[in-house]
Design a protein around this ligand. Structure first.
Ligand code: ZN
Ligand code: ZN
Length: 343
């Protein structure tokens, strides 16, 4: 199909709420399914901190490297879950920042963090842009947004999908750019940087009454030399092939690999590692980092299974483990130059 003539997939908007336009979508979180989910066996088996320090060590970031990123390469750091720092073409970008202990409306209950963030928001280098994939608590955290605002004030631009701008303004964000799928915007002061909201298959809600009132998306970021794709939170859908045809290849992608079990419940919303590899292929990524795992207790697969299954799938498809990799929390990594390795 010719990328110019192709009809781009758009979200459905009806009665003030968004819908997924994909055949692969199914609305699973009904009350009956939630009860069934409660009875589902939990294989996560998250061990004690001493064991975690061995299996998922958290490094103190090399702040010198963060302050002086190489000018012509991409430097990245996995902060944990879907939070990644990407340094490209002189611009520092944060994805779905969450630095708090729980991803929940309250800090005394909800999914708890079992690996700490490698640094505080105060320790980060200057942040020019933050991209938000959607409004779930593990991706959009009020406390983290506020801390970023008090540190970076009007220097930071927030990119969100339609329906979330008002929330961001209420949280004190000064520059908010709200886009629907396939809309593009420049980074203020850097016309050579383009941010594009692109499709993914997910859902949105923060309270019971606002289900699907805001849109979800993934993001393409194009700098003068490098390009980056942030998949956000997603089930597998045909959107990725379109993204690949229109914006691929990309130098680097951050793709979720965790929070997928049980499949009958999670499949429409969260890819498993095999589907994550399909996204990697569809968007034509040269390199990718596995995210959305190893940080919060969200679902019921064994806590290290996302990494193992990713590696097995890569081996099966003869894709190098150096192309689609996982990183230690806090490790500062130059894409395509440093050898990715875990413990
Ligand atoms: Zn989500
Ligand atoms: Zn999530």
């Amino acid at each position: 199909m010719n990328s110019i003539d192709e009809e781009l997939i758009r979200p459905i908007y009806k009665n003030g709420r968004y819908q997924n336009p994909f055949d692969t979508w199914e609305d699973t979180p009904g009350l009956r399914n939630l009860f069934k989910l409660m009875r589902c066996e939990d294989f996560s088996k998250i061990p004690n901190q001493r064991e975690l320090d061995k299996t998922l060590p958290v490094e103190i970031p090399d702040f010198e490297k963060l302050r002086n990123p190489p000018p012509s390469e991409m430097q990245i750091m996995w902060i944990g879950h879907a939070s990644v720092l990407v340094q490209m073409d002189g611009v520092n970008i944060l994805t779905d920042p969450i630095f708090r202990d729980r991803c929940s409306p309250v800090q005394f209950m909800g999914p708890k963090r079992y690996r700490p963030p490698p640094c505080k928001i105060e320790d980060l280098p200057h942040i020019d842009a933050v991209i938000i994939s959607h409004n779930h608590y593990d991706h959009l955290d009020y406390g983290s947004v506020q801390s970023l605002n008090s540190k970076f004030k009007d220097k930071v631009t927030w990119f969100v999908a339609v329906g979330t701008k008002e929330w961001m303004l209420n949280a004190g964000c000064q520059n908010v750019i709200e886009l629907s799928w396939w809309d593009e915007a420049e980074l203020p002061g850097r016309p050579d940087f383009k941010f594009v909201s692109v499709p993914c298959q997910h859902r949105c809600e923060r309270i019971l009454l606002d289900t699907m009132k805001a849109l979800w998306c993934s993001w393409i970021v194009r700098g003068p030399r490098k390009s980056f794709y942030f998949a956000g939170d997603t089930g597998y859908c045909i959107g990725f092939k379109q993204i690949g045809r229109k914006y691929g290849p990309v130098d680097f992608a951050a793709i979720p690999i965790g929070a997928y079990y049980p499949r009958w419940f999670m499949r429409p919303m969260h890819v498993n590692p095999e589907e994550a590899v399909k996204i990697f292929e569809d968007v034509r990524a040269n390199n990718a980092l596995g995210i959305h795992w190893g940080t919060f207790k969200m679902t019921r697969e064994f806590y290290l299974e996302p990494r193992t299954r990713l590696e097995e799938e890569l081996d099966k498809k003869s894709i190098s483990r150096e192309k689609f990799f996982t990183l230690r929390h806090g490790l500062v990594h130059i894409v395509g130059r440093d050898k990715p390795e875990h413990d």
